[in-house]
Design a protein around this ligand. Structure first.
Ligand code: ADP
Ligand code: NI
Length: 210
């Protein structure tokens, strides 16, 4: 697979993004994915993980130069991906997002589980805190308000994006992620990053409570 060409396609789609799905996010997902990929995985599956890490947000509605599934399929076919690799990558891109997994858990094979964990790790820890406040600013949400976080079981793909404060987002999504990780290595890092986020939120409450 010509990974460099696929990388260039994804970089083009994600450039100028201000919703937290910019190119640097894709690069961090690649880094996280490499750290949790078993070294004995077949080379063809390692390629799927890299390509999906770069491409996973290129079809997201929030991305400015958004691509279609057909365009992603085409770039993969033109750059030497086998039909199995194309099918695997498209399935990962379609199924990994938090919103798509609220009502029903989407099926993912091992490569998909690794990319999903790598993506989730970037919503956690110091970078996760930064992205949450950045995204809240992008959407015009309050830092915090009087509303209580919604119960996770009441969230659907449709209402997940409705206005919520950034502080509530920690309870509606970010603190849920460590329980939903797929891989052992990913879970360990998610637990570590979540502990840091909880300490931050505790400090935050101390400063805003009268
Ligand atoms: P996914 O790719 O799993 O659908 P999102 O696109 O919802 O994830 O999230 C991308 C980034 O933006 C994450 O770091 C996430 O925590 C943050 N984010 C998403 N929704 C909100 C929100 N309502 N308030 C603050 N941050 C958010
Ligand atoms: Ni992502």
């Amino acid at each position: 697979m010509n990974i460099e060409a696929i990388k260039a396609f994804a970089r083009e789609a994600l450039k100028d993004d201000t919703s937290g799905h910019d190119w640097k996010h894709a690069l961090r997902v690649e880094k996280n994915a490499r750290a949790i990929t078993p070294s004995d995985l077949p080379a063809s599956e390692k390629e799927v993980i890299l390509a999906a890490s770069f491409l996973h947000d290129t079809i997201d509605e929030k991305v400015e130069h958004k691509k279609t599934m057909a365009e992603v399929r085409q770039v993969l076919e033109e750059n030497g991906a086998s039909s199995t690799q194309v099918a695997d990558i498209l399935n990962i891109i379609k199924n990994i997002s938090y919103a798509n997994n609220l009502e029903e858990k989407q099926p993912l094979n091992e490569t998909g589980q690794i990319v999903q964990d790598a993506d989730r790790l970037d919503a956690l820890g110091a970078i996760g805190i930064a992205r949450a406040f950045y995204y809240g600013g992008h959407k015009g949400d309050a830092l915090y308000d009087e509303t209580a976080p919604r119960d996770v079981k009441d969230l659907t793909a449709a209402n997940y994006r409705e206005g919520t404060s950034v502080l509530n987002h920690f309870y509606e999504k970010l603190f849920q992620l460590e329980k939903q990780m797929n891989t052992t290595l990913g879970t360990a890092e998610a637990v570590r990053r979540t502990r840091f986020m909880r300490a931050f939120i505790e400090e935050f409450y101390g400063e805003i409570t009268e």
